[in-house]
Write a protein that binds this ligand. Structure first.
Ligand code: GDP
Ligand code: MN
Length: 380
């Protein structure tokens, strides 16, 4: 789960990382009130889940409350690479002497958290890595040893920070960022830019924060950050029901047992000239309850004209899945044509169960290709 800048900064502050004081605003009037409350110049920042907001016109300095209201009017509704701005973060403007970059990510290859630090911040880190790789210090942390003070010193000296006061502040932020990363179950915590003010104060001017979805259950405070209004309503419904679902644009509703099979099904439907309405992974079991939930989500999409079940039984017995499908259809009324492709363990038995059910809108096909063709035909 990706957090907005202001949410990430809230977590930074909780772990003692210095950030500027600010307020959330959703209207130009609220932006004005925020600027009044903060006093002095402010920066008006679009809260969208994508980077490069500054270049896209989503970050603007404002001298006074009037100006903040005007800048807010400019930024609200702005489309930044497909993300429409609804929320602003108004914070006290900082004077900037230097812009650094500091991040911790999870390096899956090394199976360790990875620190990256450079004094060439403010720009995309990929640019620094490509143009001046020596300026970027990379350092893994052994998860069993945990954080050690030498790590901070190594980053700070490695990047060539010479001012002792700066060194001390950065080292402290490095340690706090690591705690924040671990204790939030983050996948990424990035500060770009980490600034040094003309007075020599170091602080986080931006935040990029990704938390491991699988760990959200132990962070109810972070889970609450989720912006349900930004999500597709069908995807929100799916999340509520615990269904793995991605909305697509077409007209053939797709269910597969297993993410790989569901993705192949999307491809096959396209190959035979159809357009998938969604991706939906039924998971391993294939019991009636899961099928009902998935069908509830899929049929809530008015674009769906036919439904294609693609089931391959490896460990799962397809006759059990066939029973599950029939139980589900007994529990809910669906007029949309449903094509089922069953293969694998006990497939003949499974297909017999479905064929003998006598449901007029239920069609059974033995191969993926035939099933996809049938589903596309029935949708026309
Ligand atoms: P991003 O473009 O999405 O990464 O958004 P940032 O939060 O990093 O802001 C982009 C740029 O705006 C920063 O690199 C700064 O140069 C500038 N900026 C942001 N906040 C301030 C501020 O308080 N004062 C000044 N002078 N510049 C700022
Ligand atoms: Mn930034």
């Amino acid at each position: 789960m990706d957090l907005y800048e202001y949410q990430g900064k809230q977590l930074f502050a909780k772990f003692g990382i210095p950030v500027s004081e600010g307020r959330v605003a959703t209207t130009p009037e609220e932006a004005r009130a925020a600027a009044e409350a903060l006093g002095g110049p402010v920066v008006v920042k679009a809260q969208v889940l994508t980077g490069g907001r500054g270049k896209a016109g989503g970050v603007k300095l404002a001298d006074d409350p009037d100006d903040a209201e005007q800048k807010a009017r400019d930024i609200i509704g702005l489309d930044i690479r497909g993300h429409v701005v609804k929320t602003l973060w108004i914070e006290r403007a900082s004077d900037i002497a230097k812009e650094y970059y500091l991040s911790v990510t999870f390096d899956r290859g090394a199976k360790k958290p990875l620190f990256m630090f450079t004094t060439q911040g403010g720009v995309e880190i990929e640019e620094v890595a490509a143009n001046d790789p020596d300026a970027l210090v990379r350092l893994h942390v052994d998860p069993l040893e945990g954080f050690q003070p030498w790590i901070a010193r190594s980053l700070v000296y490695g990047a060539g920070v010479t001012d002792p006061d700066e060194q001390k502040q950065i080292a402290s932020i490095v340690e706090k960022l690591y705690r924040c990363f671990i204790e939030s179950d983050a996948m990424l915590t990035e500060i770009n830019p980490l600034i040094v003010t003309p007075d020599g104060e170091v602080k986080a001017l931006d935040s990029k924060f990704t938390v491991d979805d699988s760990a959200l259950y132990r962070h109810p405070d972070i889970a609450e950050f989720r912006d349900t209004s930004a999500a597709d309503p069908l995807e929100a419904l799916a999340r509520e029901k615990g269904v793995t679902y991605v909305k697509l644009d077409g007209f053939v509703g797709i269910l597969g047992n297993g993410a790989g099979l569901a993705m192949s099904t999307v491809d096959v439907v396209v190959t035979v000239g159809g357009k998938p309405a969604n991706f939906c992974d039924l998971g391993g079991g294939g019991g009636a309850e899961g099928v009902v939930k998935a069908l509830e989500v899929i049929t809530a999409d008015s674009q769906v004209k036919s439904i294609l079940f693609n089931i391959f039984g490896g460990i799962t017995r397809t006759d059990v899945v066939a029973q599950g499908i029939l139980e589900a259809l007994a529990q809910m009324r669906i007029d949309t044509p449903i094509v089922v492709r069953l293969d694998g363990t006990n497939a003949e038995e499974g297909r017999r169960i479905l064929s003998e059910s006598g449901k007029p809108n239920l069609f059974v096909e033995p191969t993926m290709l035939d099933a996809a063709k049938r589903a596309v035909e029935l949708a026309r």
